[in-house]
Design a protein around this ligand. Structure first.
Ligand code: SAH
Ligand code: SF4
Ligand code: F3S
Length: 426
């Protein structure tokens, strides 16, 4: 029996799909090279915004017709949406046969033997010990170091669908990072909803980073995502400064630049604290790129509070910002706040946010012109077979001339020109 997995949502889901692949292979299933050859279609889903959920239900509905020619075909819902509404989706006419939640993937082979089924309980200690995910990347790998989230930001569904925070053992993390480098994936990103609160026995996050660098000499680049500003300690900044593998990039979601809004978001820091962390990072690592997440139109956000966020964006000048329109999620605190912002206002603010960030990103990218960067070449560029592309250490896309012999290598190149998304190098 062959399976095919489609993954939505964040990198945690990408890593979870690799875990599921490992569980299925272990049980004798085989990965299909394309959707047409599969007997089992798995959709690893995201619930973070309503749009994400609607999109995947549309996808599933588009693939249902396959059951006509292949009556034994099974459609399986995995991930955060399975956790949130899997039970009720199974009672509706969606085409979904099986729903398995984020802590129950080990039971997937057993459930697939049944015609229909679900396993959706939380298991707040599940860390998939001793399981080695099958990394699907060619040059970059994602390694989960913790699961769940305890922060309960008032807008966010993640703590409800991922359960409580727990850290993975160092032994398992090390085996995972080593397996990545053994397969020539030299750029590793450590994953968790809140990586810098990692704690396993007496290993804190900065200790973990130092230990990985020491124990995996083949590793060339180490990254981590996502960091919460409240846990960005001076020790972590120092670890980043001292390390030669830790990349000059951090993703540090700010969400809003307004203190009232941050309070109502339950983010537990003020703009001043956030800015202090940015300054600490830039003092220690002057060339560091900082990217962020921002939400437009959070309940109760006044025009002037929104302006504070724009002002913060101008002050900090993020290299890139993922901008989101607020989406009320049932069961979260802010979905019940009385002063929801009308859709058209949320949209209009989102647009202003994106426009401003595009200007700033362009400026940031153009400031790289004349500098030398290291590109880890991953593939041909999208536009041409005589050009290759890859990521710089500070998480920008670099394009340079070259052929397949360059793929998989680290190339030092000089930035000649830049757009708001690409560095063109020589
Ligand atoms: N754990 C990470 C990110 C989790 S979700 C963190 O702490 O930042 C990724 C991003 O989605 C969040 O940073 C936030 O900007 C956005 N997001 C989460 N819930 C949202 C909602 N209800 N509406 C709009 N954006 C949301
Ligand atoms: Fe959601 Fe906040 Fe947890 Fe991030 S830290 S996953 S935004 S609750
Ligand atoms: Fe989405 Fe779940 Fe990630 S809700 S953002 S896939 S943890």
């Amino acid at each position: 029996m062959k399976y095919y997995i489609e993954t939505y949502g964040c990198q945690m889901n990408v890593a979870d799909s690799e875990l599921v692949a490992s569980i299925l292979n272990e049980a004798g299933y085989e990965a299909a090279n394309n959707i047409d050859n599969a007997d089992i279609l798995l959709f690893n889903t995201c619930s973070v915004r309503e749009h994400a959920e609607r999109r995947v239900l549309g996808r599933i509905s588009n693939e249902r017709h396959r059951k006509k020619e292949k009556p034994h075909l099974k459609i399986v819902l995995l991930g955060c949406m399975a956790q949130r509404i899997g039970e009720s989706l199974l009672t509706e006419d969606t085409g979904i046969d099986v729903a398995v939640g984020v802590d129950q993937y080990k039971y997937l082979p057993a459930i697939l033997k049944e015609e229909h089924g679900s396993a959706l309980n939380f298991n707040s200690t599940e860390n998939y010990e001793h399981l080695l995910p099958i990394h699907q990347g060619k040059h970059c790998a994602f390694v989960t170091i913790m699961r769940g989230c305890n922060n309960f930001c008032s807008y966010c569904i993640v703590p409800y669908v991922r359960g409580r925070e727990r850290s993975r053992s160092y032994t398992d993390i090390l085996a995972d990072v080593r397996s990545a480098t053994d397969q020539e994936m030299y750029d590793v990103t450590l994953l968790g909803q809140n990586v810098n609160s990692y704690h396993y026995q007496d290993i804190s996050f900065p200790i973990l980073l130092r230990q990985i660098e020491k124990d995996v000499p083949k590793l060339r680049r180490l990254r981590f995502v996502t960091s919460h500003p409240k846990d960005l300690s001076d020790d972590l900044v120092q670890a980043m400064q001292e390390s030669s593998v830790l990349c000059e990039h951090i993703h540090l979601p700010m969400q809003s630049g307004d203190n009232e809004t941050l309070k109502r978001m339950n983010r537990s820091y003020s703009y001043e604290i956030y800015l202090d962390r940015v300054k600490a990072l830039r003092n220690a690592i002057p060339e560091i790129a900082i990217t962020t997440d921002l939400i437009a139109g959070f309940p109760g956000e006044t025009e002037s509070q929104f302006e504070s966020t724009l002002q913060a964006m101008r002050e900090i000048e993020f290299d890139y910002a993922f901008c989101f329109k607020y989406s009320p999620r049932e069961g979260t605190a802010s979905a019940k706040y009385p002063d929801q912002i009308p859709e058209e206002v949320r949209l209009e603010r989102l647009k202003r946010m994106i426009d401003l960030q595009r200007e700033i990103t362009l400026k940031k990218f153009q400031a790289m012109i004349g500098k030398e960067v290291e590109v880890y070449v991953e593939d041909f560029s999208k536009k041409s077979r005589t050009q290759v592309s890859g990521k710089t250490r500070d998480f920008k896309i670099g394009v340079l001339s070259g052929d397949e012999t360059k793929i998989g290598s680290f190339v030092k190149a000089k930035v000649r020109a830049a757009t708001a998304g690409t560095l063109i190098c020589d």
